[in-house]
Design a protein around this ligand. Sequence first.
Ligand SMILES: CC(C)(COP(=O)(O)OP(=O)(O)OC[C@H]1O[C@@H](n2cnc3c(N)ncnc32)[C@H](O)[C@@H]1OP(=O)(O)O)[C@@H](O)C(=O)NCCC(=O)NCCS
Length: 186
Amino acid sequence: MRLVGDDWSGSDVTIRAERPDDREAIADVVAAAFGSPAEARLVEALRASSSFVPDWSLVAEVRGRVVGHVMVTYATLRDDATEHRIACLSPLAVAPDFHGRGIGSALVRAVTAHVDDDGEPLVVLEGSPLYYGHLGFEHSVPHGIHITLPDWAPPEAAQIMRLRNYDASLRGHLVYPPAFDALSDH
Ligand SMILES: CC(C)(COP(=O)(O)OP(=O)(O)OC[C@H]1O[C@@H](n2cnc3c(N)ncnc32)[C@H](O)[C@@H]1OP(=O)(O)O)[C@@H](O)C(=O)NCCC(=O)NCCS
């Protein structure tokens, strides 16, 4: 499945890699979706960091307006003295007036397909098991991948999507890059 690289269009929604002139619109969508500026600052910090992969930051556009955004960046999986670079999905945001139209799902499917095509073994995230479970994510702990979650999150909020190059020997604890330090509850 190849959804990105070329534009993907479904009804009037186009999903494509972000461009430099999208940055303000992305910040607006992310802040509106989360109802706070913290995640928009996270996007800026990730984009400015060595964790950033330009092809893995996608926007959803409807008639020329950016209405959704998803970002996958590099994080670290640490197991005792061993460290692996792994792909981590965060954040995902859809403008509130466009919720419930499948745009968030389309963004997740597109970005994970792209990460898969790039040969990564897995994508890790913390989020709603109900939402991401429908999209192919599963509880990460049975696969030996642990995430320190906020107190309010269920254990199943730690999730992975196993990709074609999945390697079951990849185990350890997720260490977010420093850009996430500004988020208090990750
Ligand atoms: C989560 C979000 C990206 C979903 O975008 P969307 O385009 O509305 O999603 P989709 O249309 O693909 O899916 C909508 C479905 O997901 C469900 N859903 C939305 N947010 C959910 C959540 N946090 N937990 C569980 N289900 C959720 C909706 O109830 C809806 O279900 P339905 O189709 O059975 O009615 C969007 O609600 C958003 O931007 N929220 C604020 C930011 C956020 O929480 N991001 C995710 C962080 S993990």
